[in-house]
Design a protein around this ligand. Sequence first.
Ligand SMILES: [Zn+2]
Length: 471
Amino acid sequence: MASNAKPNIVLFGIDSLHADHMSCYGYERLTSPYLDRFASQGVLFENTFSAHIPTTSAYASMLTGMDVFSTQVVALRHQGPLRPEVKTLAEILREEGYHTICVGFDGNPSSRGFDEYLSYTAWGSWEEGRLPKAQLLNEQAIPAIDRMIAEDRPFFLFLRHMDPHAPYLPPEPYERMFFHGDECDPSNKSMEPVLAFKPFRDFLASWLPPGITDKDYVIAQYDGSIAYMDAAIQSIFTALEEHGIFDETIVAINGDHGETLYDHECWFDHHGIYDNVLHVPLMLRYPPKLPAQRRVSGYNQHKDLVPTLLELAGIDAGIDFDGRSLLPMVESRVASHESEFYITECTWMRKHGWRTPQWKLMLALEPDFHFKPPVELYNLVEDPLENCNLADELPGVVAALTARLEAWESRREAETGLPNPIHHQGDWHGLKGVGPFTSSQQAYESLYIGDASAARRLQAKSREVEENESG
Ligand SMILES: [Zn+2]
């Protein structure tokens, strides 16, 4: 039977938060003053990566301590539940006597195992008006904290924030915080290619204010959403402070993946295994065991989070996680976890790759709807924004990285006894019976996100198979 000796755990899973757009990660705009202060009271990890994008696969890794080979969850539209052999953090903590509550993430394969699921409205359209998503989350989360504190057992609260996720429609005054010009200036043509991209244009038009011509206005809405959410998150910290438990609660801030804004023609979404989608924030605060004002530069991934939280809480779950605790890195006993690693994406494109501190290799497993070349190679040191594809110029580097990728696939398939799921995703695109795309033109003509309500349904897709278990 657990006792109050076990610390409470609050985990923020912030959807689509691009670390480089937070002021504590060096962004020039002051988008995250409260989280910056939070980071200064604990540990900020400068090189945390989401190895398996998008949402479904990223949270699967974040919430289980496992990689894609173990979870077998690689696609946004994953079919079926999480493998029963894999335990979620909620299941582990519930066995340890925790009261576990999930806000805003019911029905996903990796959200299995909570005692309670609370939800809030996180999707809207321009017609429905600007949506205070984080405040709606707080209206669920803060009463839940009040309720759980009254009990004689520890709690685990998972908060899935959706503010930086499209639609970016922060309420006043955040929509003007970072933009003061004329967003409808007819001489500005920067939004033309965005609104000409057929797969997304109806979705974007459903929430963008009418007549927008300036991409910088949309980027300012994204940044304003972060600033708005940042202020709302402070309300959670304040609630914990007012109960006198902030310092004895393990608080973690993590993102599932980043965001593409105007980059790589991916247009205000989170696909493409470029670093703006792979690099995510990770910050931990727990004064009894973690120093303040520590920035850690070693590499780590989502799979390392669960082992870290369990070590902080003093819980041995008896599980051989794929990830490893980050505490040795915080204590400067190790410099880094794996600095080169395998990456996957299965959202609007099916690709995988290999990232080292110097190189990024991307291999398309079928033609994509952006008409990108099948092989991309970037020198991350000389070209950190990944704009100059060197694949044709440096075939030797492509071959060497491909060999390392394939060796890793073979090793992990042997270790898990399971196939690499990226190769067995059938109708990953959601188009029944279509099979792999044979041309980029086919992909472009076939993929269509629809309007805001269709996008919402797409994210909720996996709920259909999970309804019985998440109850
Ligand atoms: Zn996501």
